[in-house]
Every structure is written in structure tokens, then in C-alpha cells.
Design a protein around this ligand. Sequence first.
Ligand code: TRP
Length: 451
Amino acid sequence: MTTSAQRDGFTSTLGVLAATLGSAVGLGNIWKFPALTGANGGAGFLLVYLFATLLVGLPVMIAEITLGRRARANPIAALKGMAPGRPWWLVGVSGMVAAFMIMAFYSEVVAWVFAYVWKSLEGSALSSDAAVTEGAFAALVASPWQSLIWQWVVLLLIGGILLRGVARGIEAVTKRLMPLLFLLLAALCVFSLTLDGAREGLAFLFSPDFSRVNAGVVLTAVGLAFFKMSIGMGTMMTYGSYFRADQNIPQTAARVMCADLAVSLLAGIAIFPAVFTFGFEPTAGPSLVFITLPAVFAQLPFGQGLMFVFFVLTSIAAIGAMLSLLEVPVLVLHERLGMKRSNAIAVCVLIVGVLGAGCALSMNLLADWRVQGRNLFDLMDFLSSNVLLPLGGILIALFTGWVWGRDAFSRAVSNEGSLDNRRLAGGLVLILRYVSPLLIFIVMLNGLGFI
Ligand code: TRP
């Protein structure tokens, strides 16, 4: 095992922010958040989402980061060390399984995004006729080779960045890419707001319709808060183990939460005015990004350039999220099995490659292979998002609140007394003991179809 003296880690406050924000910001911001906000009542949903983030997302994120920093180890070793002889370390194992499952389908969507960066350079897939853009996307998904090749481009890039380590890889790359992401997004927003549909697009996103806020909407908001903040599977624990000792964790987590929210809102402001200007329907999921938007771009001045900018910024968002996902099993193999970091990366990339190929091919060659009506892609998404992540979140909240306990947590969050975070920690422990686990439990029952 590596000792803490040689352990790689983030070197600056800015680097910590960039890497952690890089994990939170991802495909979830670009298509999930805007579309879900629009479909569930605009500002009403936004308010519920804020509550969900404050009551579930932020506390669990702070708990995970603090656990990781206290242990300075991978999630399995961390939980083993903090509760010796008890089975809490299984939460770390389940997190590792969840990481592979998420990466299996996530990497395929990132592969489509990369393919579209290329397509926007070529100028293909750009047509004002949505039937044509739909055909272009369908052709990409239906081609086993194209899917697999782009997925391997993604995996080799992410593996290559991780090869450089935490400070010189993850931190250095996200520190450069995150500001670029904000810049590109701001530019798209300014452009989008000059369009005829700007007023309608903003109204769709922000006009409060509280009559639409029901139990289902609340559940959707909690689930989204969970996925957005990368919690429930040890990602934040892993990154926490790289945090500096003098980092103010609650403050950092709150900043990440706000910046992540800003990216989501800006994405909505960039997308919806353009969509409404040309009379399209605001849909969620792949069809918005890969079918509707190219048709919108085709009708705008500099459409090809705008499409390029959009897919580059979506790639940037996805890269930071993928880095944080792959780092979880890499660190486990490196620290627990004593593998060299480079070998650990190679093994993990191979595993994701195999699982991911299954997901990519489940759209074409293996389309008939289904479990309860779900192909492999949907199955991975369902099992990770609806089972493993919420389960991990509940257990991490309970572990921090009840097992680790108020005093130890409070000392760790206050940097051993050098920060005045004690009252805050007391409040957090109450939320972690009762509120977050209960809320997540209800969401999980709903996701599994029990309510
Ligand atoms: N937060 C990322 C997004 O919004 C996805 C993500 C990265 C994630 N790491 C995670 C989700 C860990 C759950 C768990 O797209």
C-alpha cells in the first residue's frame, strides 16, 4: 500500500474546485436538467430541486468527501479502517460495481458526443429537416463499428489522462477545461438570447407552475440531485481522499453545488430559446441533443460553428465526469491489490471496454438480448441509478450519522478545530441521520416501482 507521504493529491484550492466540479458537471447538466425542469413545471421544479440538493445532495456530498479525506484511502479501505470487522466496506465494493455499470452506458453516450464533434467539423448531420438529422443519428447508433471505435477513443483519452496521475492528470486537465466550458456556454447563451424565441424559451424554463409539483416531481428532483452531484458510489470519497488537509469541505461542496447549478441553468438558456425559435418540441434525452439541436443549428447563422462549439463543450463536461468515475476502481486496484497505477488503469479500461461494448452493441447486433424488456444499455442505467446509487447514498448517510458519529465527523469537518464548522456539522449530522436516508429510501421505492 502507498503511504500518505507519497500519495498523489490535488495541489491547490482552485484545482480541488475544478476537479470536483468537473465530476459533478456532465451529461446530466446538458440534457437531463433543462428538459426535466421544463417538463415538470419550470421554476416550481427548480425550487424543489434546490431543496433536494440542500437536503440530500449537499449533506451526502460533504459526508463522502470528509470520509475520504479522513481515511486518505479508497472507499473500501476507508470503510474497513473506520469500522473494523464490520461489513460497511461492502458499500465500497458496491460503489465500484456501480462505477463500472455507469461507465458502460455513459461512455457510449460520450462516444456519440465525440462522434458529433467530428460530424460538425465535416458538416455532416447538419440539416434543417429533423427527419434527416434523425436518420444520421440512427445510422451512427446502428453501426457496431462506429459505436465501438468512438467508445475506444473516449476510453483511451480518459485512461491517458489518468495515467498522468491525480495532480498532473485530473487536476491539470480539469483546471484548463472547466473555465473553457463556462466561456463556451456563456457565448452560446448570449447568441441564443438574441433569437426570436428567446422569450418563449426562457418562459418555458423559468415560469413557475406550482400546480405541476406533485410527489412524482419531488422524486424526480431528488434522483436528479443525486446523479448531478456524483454521490452514492464513492466518487466523492475518492476525490475527498485527494483533498488538502486545510480545505474547507462544506464551503467547497457548496461552491461546487452552485457552480453546477449555474452550468445547468446556462445550458437551458443556451438550448431552449433556439429550440422554440424554430418550433421544435423540447424533448429529453438523446433526441434533444443529437436530433433536435443539429436541426436547430442548421437554421442559424454560423450553424456549423455553433454545433462544433456545443459538442466540444458537451465533451468537456463529459470528460470530467468520466475521469471521476474511472478513478474509483483504478484507486481500489492500485491500493488494495497493489497493482501499479498504469496496470490498474489498463485493467479498468478493458473492463469498461467489454461492458461498454455490450451496451454499444445492445443498440444493434444484440438488440434482442433483453432482461424484462430492457436491453443491456437500459439495464445498466436502471440498476445503477435506481438501485446501487440510492442504496449507497442511504448507507453512506447512515454510516456518517450513526457509526462515525457526531463528534468525529464534526472534528473532521472543522479541520481539527481550525475552522468554526462545529454548529454546521451538528446540523449536517441530524440531516444525515434522518432526513437524507428517508428521502432517498422513498425515491428508491419509487424508482423500483413500489410506489
Ligand atoms: N454528475 C455527472 C453528470 O451529471 C455524472 C457522474 C459522474 C456520476 N460521476 C458520477 C453520477 C458518480 C453518479 C455517480 O453527468
